[in-house]
Design a protein around this ligand. Structure first.
Ligand code: NAD
Length: 420
């Protein structure tokens, strides 16, 4: 088995060596509880048939039903899905949500599919995995290239299969189909609350802080907008095709309006003289805070030594590889880890799920205030562990989650309970 899950395990082992946690718990967390592979037959608009590889991994359910998104992407494989399920297990524990972790994916390039083909695929996914998902068992959500409408199709298909109206089967639905106003913005907004809570401790003053954001989609746009509103200067924005840099500043709302109209960030208005640069150069551009909000594995052992930023806020899942940890620490770069920084999405998903289960209405104001409170509370906990135990912020976040998972597993008894 390759890459990401091995890295995730390595990080788990490093932390478990530093704390008093039962080796039995660590052994349990090394392996996913259940991973189902399926082949989804997809009838294309031209009548041809494609067979697509798909997975759902329920990594660990010690703290509650498993929770995690579904990704449609050509690079998805079983290793990705399992490692993302591992991260979700820790993320839900860091936020003290009553969920375990899971993830799903289909190996497909969704940009090649028509809307009808995407609808058939979404419904096909639910048919393939209906036996292991459920509102009290495993609750999917959106991830890369699976949006609100995909969630609405999936909820609808589940209703067709079971005959029961169960909107809590997925979260991230459109508000008209049982979703929550405030879910879409939640990941960027949650990361914003974490940075604002920690800014003094990280030595950041908004007016003097220059921010570069890689990824100008849902999460990247929201955090850029909120930081800019609070006085931070956005100096860099990048999407999959364009990188835009201007030391004098970029207004994210104007950049978004330009992208919506022209279909590209290229030529977007900036405060001074804009500069386009190579995608690889963007990560090492002159800035104080770097926000990777696009893909995994962006900061590696190869480029970590050239990072100019003092702080990296991981809005994407896994943008900093384990090999980069050493060089970044040597340079004094603080990494606010994904399992805290991007946990706003699942935090609001929890509210959506609870609202669906309770059949209660919920306002956007309620959502925003609960999100802020949760992100600030757990950011404080992670910072405290970071200082008290002299650990990196990532190790502190893992330790925080591990303690909660450990409490759930050990409540059912460990070797010491049963040994005769
Ligand atoms: P999105 O699809 O809305 O946006 C992704 C953005 O990244 C797009 O602007 C795209 O152009 C850009 N991008 C893709 N490849 C790039 C590249 N090579 N260089 C620069 N930019 C590139 O996705 P999103 O919902 O904003 O998610 C972004 C990241 O945040 C993902 O890693 C996702 O797993 C993570 N995340 C999202 C949520 C959520 O609720 N949306 C929750 C937790 C984590």
């Amino acid at each position: 088995m390759s890459g990401q899950l091995t890295e995730a395990r390595k990080r788990l082992e490093e932390i478990s060596e530093r704390v008093d946690v039962s080796p039995e718990v660590v052994r349990r967390l090394r392996y996913p509880m259940e991973t189902l592979a399926a082949t989804i037959p997809l009838r294309m608009d031209d009548g041809s048939l494609r067979l697509l590889k798909a997975w759902r991994c329920r990594y660990n359910d010690a703290r509650g039903p498993t929770k995690g998104g579904i990704r449609f992407h050509p690079c998805v494989d079983v290793d990705h899905v399992m490692s993302l399920g591992f991260w979700m297990t820790f993320k839900c524990a860091v936020m003290d949500l009553p969920f375990g972790g899971a993830k799903g994916g289909v190996q497909v390039d969704p940009t090649e599919l028509s809307a009808l083909e995407r609808e058939r695929l979404s419904r096909g996914y639910v048919r393939a995995f209906a036996g292991i998902i459920g509102p009290d068992r495993d609750i999917p959500a959106p991830d890369m290239y699976t949006d609100e409408m995909v969630m609405a199709w999936m909820a609808d298909e589940y209703k067709t299969i079971t005959g029961a109206h169960a909107p809590a089967i997925v979260t991230g639905k459109p508000p008209g189909a049982g979703g929550l106003e405030g879910r879409k913005e939640a990941t960027g907004r949650g990361a914003y609350h974490v940075l604002r809570r920690l800014e003094g401790k990280l030595g950041l003053e908004p007016e003097k802080t220059r921010v570069a954001v890689q990824g100008f989609g849902n999460a990247g746009y929201e955090i850029a907008r909120l930081l800019s509103e609070s006085g931070y200067r956005i100096v860099g924005l990048a999407d999959s095709r364009t990188t835009l840099y201007d030391g004098d500043g970029i207004d994210p709302e104007k950049a978004k309006a330009h992208k919506d109209k022209e279909g590209s960030l290229s030529g977007a208005p900036t405060e001074g003289k804009a500069q386009e640069m190579e995608a690889a150069e963007f990560l090492t551009c002159d800035c104080d805070v770097l926000v990777p909000a696009a893909l995994a594995d962006q900061i590696t052992a190869d480029n970590a030594g050239d990072i100019e930023a003092k702080v990296i806020l991981e809005v994407a899942n896994g943008p900093v590889c384990a090999g980069a940890d050493g060089p970044l620490t040597e340079r004094g770069v603080k990494v606010v880890p994904d399992i805290l920084a991007n946990a706003g999405g699942v935090t609001v998903s929890h509210l959506e799920w609870a609202m669906n289960q309770a059949r209660l209405p919920w306002s956007q104001e309620d959502t925003r205030s609960r999100l802020k409170e949760a992100m600030e509370r757990e950011a404080d906990h992670v910072w405290e562990i970071h200082e008290d135990e002299n650990l990196s912020l990532r190790a502190a976040a893992y330790l925080h989650g591990l303690r909660r998972i450990c409490a759930a597993i050990s409540a059912r008894g460990l070797e010491s309970t049963f040994r005769r």
